[in-house]
Write a protein that binds this ligand. Sequence first.
Ligand code: HSE
Length: 348
Amino acid sequence: MRTYNLALIGFGGVNRALAQLIVEDPARFAPLGFGLKVVAITDLLMGSLVQSEGIDLGTVLSLPRGTTFASFAGGSATADNERVIRDSPADVVVEATFTDRIDGEPAASHVRWALESGKSVTTTNKGPVAFHGEALTRLAADNGALFAYEGTVLSGTPVLGLARDQLVGLSIRGFQGVLNGTSNYVIGRMEAGLSLESSVAEAQAEGYAEADPTADIGGSDVQLKVAILANELLSAGISPADVDTTGISGLTADDIVDAAREGKRYKLIGSARRTEDGRVVADVVPQAVGADHPLAHVPGATNAVSFETDLLGTVTITGPGAGRIETAFALITDIIAIHSHEKEKIDA
Ligand code: HSE
C-alpha cells in the first residue's frame, strides 16, 4: 500500500482538522488504498518542522498557543516555506494558508514551488485558483503532478467533482449559487430578529467566517468562488475583477421584513451565464427570491449551486459550505484524486 508524505503549509483550522482526522480516524483511510504521513508543517506563527520519519501529530496538535517548533528536531521558529516545499520529502503539498484577495499571493507561489518540484497540490485556498487557476493547472500537467482544489467552493461538498465527472456530457449554460455560509447564516439570523453585527459574531464563533469577515459580508469571498466556478464550468477565462460584486453589508432589517411580506427571502447569489454572443457575464448580488426558487430554502451555513443544463434542466447540489472538518474533508477528496492520478501514471 502506498503512503503519501504530506507537507502542511499553514497550520490553522483546516490543516489542523486534517491532522486530527489522520491521527484520530485511521480506519477512514484504510479502505482508500493508501496511507498518509505528515513529514513537514510550516506556519507563520509556529515556524517550520520537517521530520522525514513522520511528525507526531498528537504532540503538535496539543502544543499551547504561541509555541514555536524551534525546540523540535528538524524545527525552526521561522516558516521557511520555499525550502520546505521544494526540499522536504513530501509527495503532496497541502496549502491552507490565508486567502489573499488581490493576487492570491503568497499562496500562489507555494503552489508554484510545489508543482515545479513535481509535487501534487491540494488546496482549500481560493486565491491561487481564482487568480492563477489555469496557469497552475498547466504547470501541474507539465510536471506530471495534479493541482486539486475541491474545497475552494462549497468546502467538502463535491461541486467541482460533480461538474467535472458527472455533468461533463451536458452543456452547462450557467449557474447560480449560495456560495457563502457566513452571509447565508447571517441573513437567517437577521430574519430571526438579530442585528447584522451580532449575527456575524455568531458566525465567527462557529468557525464559518473568514479571518477577515468583511470578505464574507462584502461579497469578495463569493466573487472568488464565482470566478473559480465560471472558469471551471464555463471555460470563462475571467478573473475576480470581472465579477460585479455587491455583498450583504447594505441589507437592512426593513429589507428583510419587506421581502417576507411578499413571501420572499434574501439570498446572496453568485451567478454566471453564457450570453447569446458567447460572452460570460458573472455577478454577486443579494436577491429577494420567491419560495419556488431552487436556492430559497438553503438554510444556515449551508451552500448550494444550481446548474442550468441543456438535457437535465436545473440540477442543484446542496451541502456544507464552510467549517473546519467539512473543509478538511475536501483535502481528502483531492488526495483520493491524486492517488488515482498516480495510479494512472504507473499504468501508462
Ligand atoms: N467564510 C467562508 C464561508 C468559508 O462563510 O462560506 C468558506 O470559503
